[in-house]
Design a protein around this ligand. Sequence first.
Ligand code: PMV
Length: 308
Amino acid sequence: MMAASAPGKLILFGEHAVVFGEPALSTAINLRAEVYARPHTEWLADGASLDDPRFRYVKAAVAKANTDGPLWIEIRSMIPSGAGLGSSAAVTVATLGALHGLRGSIEAPAIAREAFEVEHEVQGRASPIDTSTASAGGGILVLRQPRDGLLWSIERDQRKWFVHRTALPPLDLVIGNTGISAATGPLVAKVKDRVDRDPRAGEAVRQIGEITLDGVRALQRKDLVSAGKLMDRNHMILTDLGVGHPSLDRLVEAARPSSYGAKLTGAGGGGSIVALTDRPSVTAEAIRAAGGKAFIVQSDSLGVAKLG
Ligand code: PMV
């Protein structure tokens, strides 16, 4: 038997813009997916066929990893799916971790590359931020150029993303999940369509890139007031780009009085918000009172790892 785990993630700044090559900042969180792989007489995932649409990412990961014999794969995940928290990336990375572990060692850079290919095949247009964060753990800064802290670069369709390790101070983060599940692929396609048609949308994407870099600097000097204001601005621009939702606005409004700032996180259209706060239980209560599910999370420095 071989088992591996990988963390979910929160994008603190830069979702959607990162697909166009703009900077983005994410952190792995202490909600993890675990995947167990045991040799078996036929390929199964949680007792069902890999052809079941629930297992599209697992099936694509199995095809990528070139595994020999059939396996019984079992998935256990703490990460709500369709919530903008990187659940499919974590399951993909943990599956690849278990499959690589059966053949030898678990190397995060190789897994990050394969997981990005899997996500691209299953989801369509994507950036490597989710899969690289699930592979590396900790704080991740994706940039157009390499600088100190470079972990790896990933290239696709004439675009190249440089994935960096970045040190973040300990942060209290609260996730507010709207309970509305929204698929990432169509939202990414919607933003691309806007950018192709409207130069103001292209400008908004560039502004998000600048907000991200300002946000990284604010967090690194522990200026949570400025970081929070930048999160609020990032939320407004994402909403203007068409990936907001009234229930996201409701949760953001509920979280703000007890937070430095709050924004949608991940693809939007539903999914979740993230609030930066030093009163996490007050913020979580406010989100619940506004009809959301709330989770208090911390950064997790552990990326893909062998279990047991
Ligand atoms: O909703 P999630 O967790 O799949 O995050 C998507 C992040 C996007 O920037 C919208 C897409 C991407 O591939 O970077």
